[in-house]
Design a protein around this ligand. Structure first.
Ligand SMILES: Cc1cc2nc3c(=O)[nH]c(=O)nc-3n(C[C@H](O)[C@H](O)[C@H](O)COP(=O)(O)OP(=O)(O)OC[C@H]3O[C@@H](n4cnc5c(N)ncnc54)[C@H](O)[C@@H]3O)c2cc1C
Length: 279
């Protein structure tokens, strides 16, 4: 099947894109890499009157630092992060996650903003952004606002984005030297969406720990009591504690899915507490 007719617009500036979105009154859709929107258009799951191409907007293509944050433009691709094109993201958790997203062909086009906006429960950036304590910059003709990543996704394919808004950037906190990162996902096949996933951050100096599980039917879920235990003890929790935390965070999952999640958390924390990280 082919997409229903739509008007294709390629604004030169973010301001123009936001004006077009506002004028579209819900009938205009931004397109980033087109890796999710393309199939949705072809399957006629969505029928916007206008598609606004934001992939080349200079304002969305930059990565820069500002104070304690790194601002990653929404139109930066997964492949650029994987390849270390932007020096500020080299050696960061985002670089290690990017290489495991889908297939290279998809990573070449797929963007950070498109992935966050699409809000697939099994997507990598929604999970990563939550665990990193990142914030999503949302732009509209009337101005911009920032939403904590763990409050941005409301549920499967549902986000805090309102009519006429788009994601301009992801703000990621710079990590201290003592920060340790873990990321693990179970995929049936390399390149497929995850069936269970976990991201974890532990910064011993700042006594900050976040453990988040993904590939649920909803937004990623934090395991706050387990994270508090890690922050307090500085040690990897034992399996029964992980099992208990997963049970609370994903009560609707059956025994098999829960086992996968528990294993994902164990392996993720295994990376955080790898011996080479020990001082
Ligand atoms: C076979 C396959 C396997 C995949 N596997 C994975 C995987 O393992 N992990 C993973 O995380 N992802 C995976 N993906 C998804 C991939 O990462 C896409 O890049 C991503 O979902 C969408 O990004 P995009 O830039 O192509 O967005 P698009 O397809 O252009 O847009 C997706 C949606 O977001 C909206 N949108 C786009 N940009 C913005 C913006 N800046 N602000 C607001 N709204 C916006 C569009 O209107 C549309 O509704 C997979 C996709 C495919 C096809």
């Amino acid at each position: 099947m082919k997409a229903a007719n739509f008007e294709y617009r390629r604004p030169a500036t973010l301001a123009e894109a936001l004006r077009l979105l506002a004028e579209g009154q819900g009938q205009a859709k931004p397109i980033g890499g087109g890796q999710s929107l393309g199939p949705m258009l072809n399957l006629r799951l969505t029928r916007p009157k206008q598609v606004i191409d934001i992939a080349a907007l200079p304002e969305l293509r930059q990565v820069r630092e500002e104070g304690a944050w790194i601002r990653v433009g929404a139109a930066v691709t997964h492949a650029e992060i994987e390849d270390g094109t932007h020096a500020l993201l080299r050696g960061t958790p985002m670089q290690s996650v990017a290489g495991g997203i889908a297939y290279r062909a998809i990573r070449n086009r797929g963007t950070v903003g498109g992935s966050l906006a699409h809000a697939d429960p099994a997507a990598d950036w929604v999970l990563t952004a939550s665990a990193l304590g990142a914030e999503v910059e949302i732009a509209a003709a009337a101005g911009t606002r920032r939403v904590a990543a763990d409050r941005f996704m409301h549920g499967a394919y549902t986000t805090a984005l309102g009519e006429g808004e788009l994601i301009a950037a992801l703000w990621v906190p710079r990590l201290g030297a003592s920060a340790r990162w873990g990321y693990f996902k179970f995929c049936r096949k390399t390149g497929e969406f995850a069936e269970a996933s976990c991201a974890a951050l532990f910064d011993a100096e700042r006594k900050v720990a976040r453990i988040v599980i993904g590939a649920l039917d909803s937004a990623p879920q934090a395991l706050p009591s387990l994270a508090a235990q890690v922050a307090r003890s500085g040690e990897k929790p034992v399996r029964p504690a992980i099992e208990a935390a997963v049970k609370v965070a994903a009560p609707g999952k059956d025994a098999v899915d829960r086992k996968l999640l528990v294993a994902a958390v164990e392996r993720c924390l295994g990376q955080v507490f790898m011996p080479e990280h020990a001082e």
